[in-house]
Each structure stands twice: as structure tokens, then as C-alpha cells.
Design a protein around this ligand. Structure first.
Ligand SMILES: NC(=O)c1ccc[n+]([C@@H]2O[C@H](COP(=O)([O-])OP(=O)(O)OC[C@H]3O[C@@H](n4cnc5c(N)ncnc54)[C@H](O)[C@@H]3O)[C@@H](O)[C@H]2O)c1
Length: 280
């Protein structure tokens, strides 16, 4: 069986280059209609031209997703051009790599603006039409940096917010026909131009296509992670069992609880792989 994306009308933010360009070209090749968004007009036009030259269907909507008025216009462009919006890929993002002791507030604000506010703006504009048609699919883009990566605290915090958006919106929208999932990719792109050892864009495309496709129709509130050849699903931050209960806790009974029970449940901070055997 070959799964296609025919009949899907998809907005992909930041798709004038890097991973977004790869997602857009691959989705168009599977029959989807794509709105290419980027702040870089030349790059957006080039991706549209290349998709059309390959027999696909795409239009460009150039602008900054940090502006809520533009984000609304971006979603409306998909509806006027293709008749509806079925999927939104919140891909546009910026990097901010600095340790806390020398981090700049301006870079933190820029990362929060694009990665958090931009993602929010596009999703908020898309959910109205999606809820009205009782179907829709939002894919956010997070990063393993949100689990704790040296010198990535600012960027990681912005992507932590994106992960939390995924959980929160999935819960809000449960039963509405609109699902919200997330991809944690890794690739050598213009954003990561200083990291030539990273995997190529291509390895990130199949999990993104899976999230766009009917094959993931029952998935909601989940983060898929792809690191070159390694595919996994991330655990949600969770309240681990057992939950201890006392009428009143004191410094020493909390200390005893850690010595006797909770201390053994501490998981490493930072990107790690471990098994959670039971969800309760
Ligand atoms: N490259 C990686 O290893 C990696 C790892 C984890 C997560 N990510 C995330 O994947 C996404 C894509 O990253 P990439 O590596 O392709 O980056 P990139 O910089 O190569 O591409 C991002 C694109 O978004 C556009 N853009 C930036 N700000 C915008 C805005 N305000 N409005 C519209 N467009 C805007 C840029 O012009 C650019 O074309 C980002 O959200 C990034 O945080 C990347």
C-alpha cells in the first residue's frame, strides 16, 4: 500500500529553506497542495517554482509569523487558494545557543517570538476553520534541546513551550476532529550550518509525512523523534508513581521519602533514553 496526501491543503511555515523546504517538496510529491511561507521572499518563490516544475501544486505567502495579522492572512490564503486548510506544519524557527551566564535577552526574546508566539499565532488562526470542518491536523516542531542540552537553555525553553503547546492543544481539541502532534528532527541545515556532522534533511522527511498522513490518524499529543537512523517516541513529562500522601509533610518526612522511595525514581536531566515500564 502506498499512502498519499491527495486532497490535503497544507501550510508549512518557514518552508523557503532547510527542513521546511524538504517537508514541502515531499508532501507536494505525494499530491498535497502546499502554501510555502517564509520571511525570505526569494527562497519561498524558488521552492514554489521547483515544486511546480516537478508537477506539484504550491503557492507562496511571504511574511513573518510573529505578526498575528499575517498569521491569519497565511491561513486564509490556504483556504482561498485551495478551498480549506487540512494541515498546519509549524516549522519556522530560530536558534539561540548561549550558556546562561552570557545569554542575551534579545536572542531569548527572538527565539520566544518566532518559536513560541509564531507557532501560537498560526495554530490559533488554523483551529477555527479546522474545528468548523470537524477535521484538521497540526504538527509542531520541537527539539531534543528542550530536555537539557549544554548552551541551549534559551532555545530549549522555547521548544519546551512548543512541546507543552502540543500536549495542551491535544487535550483542548480532543473529540473535535483536530489532532496535534509534534516532531523532534535533527538535520544539517542553514540553521545548523556550524554543525556539519548532523544528519541530512532527507532522513527527517518520512516521520513528518507519517504525521501528515492517515497512517497517524489516531495519534494525538505525541512527539516523534528522529535522529538519523533512530526513530522513537518521546515520553511526556509525567508525575511518577507512587504518589506518597500524608496529612502534613515536614522537611524530614520529605527527606525520608526521598531516601526510601522517590530518590530511586529520579531520572537523568538532559537527553536520555530510558524505559518507562508502566503508565499510571
Ligand atoms: N536543524 C536541526 O537540527 C533542528 C533540530 C531540532 C529542531 N529544529 C527545528 O526545525 C525547524 C526548521 O529548522 P531548520 O534547521 O530547517 O532551520 P532553517 O533556519 O534552515 O530554516 C528555517 C526557515 O524558517 C524561516 N523563518 C525564520 N523565522 C521566520 C518567521 N518569523 N516567519 C516565517 N519564516 C521564518 C527562515 O527564513 C528559514 O527559511 C525549526 O523550528 C527548528 O527549530 C531543527
Amino acid at each position: 500500500m502506498t499512502t498519499d496526501l491527495k486532497g490535503q491543503n497544507i501550510v508549512i511555515t518557514g518552508s523557503g529553506g532547510g527542513l521546511g523546504e524538504g517537508y514541502a517538496k515531499a508532501a507536494a510529491a505525494l499530491g498535497a497542495n502546499i502554501v510555502i511561507n517564509d520571511i525570505n521572499a526569494g527562497n519561498a518563490a524558488k521552492v514554489v517554482d521547483e515544486i511546480r516544475a516537478a508537477g506539484g501544486n504550491a503557492v507562496a505567502e511571504v511574511g513573518n509569523i510573529v505578526d498575528p495579522v499575517f498569521a491569519e492572512a497565511l491561513i486564509q490564503r490556504c483556504i482561498t487558494e485551495f478551498g480549506s486548510i487540512t494541515d498546519l506544519v509549524n516549522n519556522a524557527g530560530v536558534f539561540a545557543t548561549e550558556p546562561i551566564w552570557s545569554a542575551s535577552l534579545d536572542k531569548l526574546r527572538a527565539a520566544l517570538d518566532v518559536n513560541v508566539i509564531g507557532t501560537f499565532n498560526c495554530a490559533r488562526s488554523a483551529v477555527g476553520p479546522m474545528m468548523a470542518q470537524k477535521s484538521g491536523n497540526i504538527i509542531n516542531i520541537t527539539s531534543g534541546a528542550h530536555l537539557g542540552l549544554p548552551e541551549h537553555g534559551n532555545y530549549g525553553a522555547s521548544k519546551g513551550a512548543v512541546s507543552s503547546f502540543t500536549y495542551g492543544w491535544a487535550v483542548d481539541l480532543a473529540g473535535s476532529g483536530v489532532r496535534v502532534n509534534c516532531l523532534s528532527p535533527m538535520a544539517f541545515t542553514p540553521m545548523a550550518a556550524h554543525l556539519p556532522h548532523l544528519p541530512p534533511v532527507e532522513v527527517n522527511i518520512p516521520p513528518l509525512l507519517f504525521l501528515l498522513s492517515k497512517r497517524s490518524a489516531n495519534l494525538n499529543g505525541q512527539i516523534i523523534r528522529i535522529v538519523d537512523k533512530k526513530l522513537s517516541i518521546m515520553a511526556h513529562p509525567a508525575n511518577r508513581a507512587p504518589v506518597l500522601e500524608r496529612d502534613q509533610w515536614t522537611l524530614d518526612t520529605v527527606g525520608d521519602a526521598f531516601d526510601e522511595t522517590l530518590g530511586a525514581l529520579v531520572v537523568p536531566t538532559g537527553i536520555a533514553t530510558y524505559e518507562i515500564s508502566k503508565v499510571s
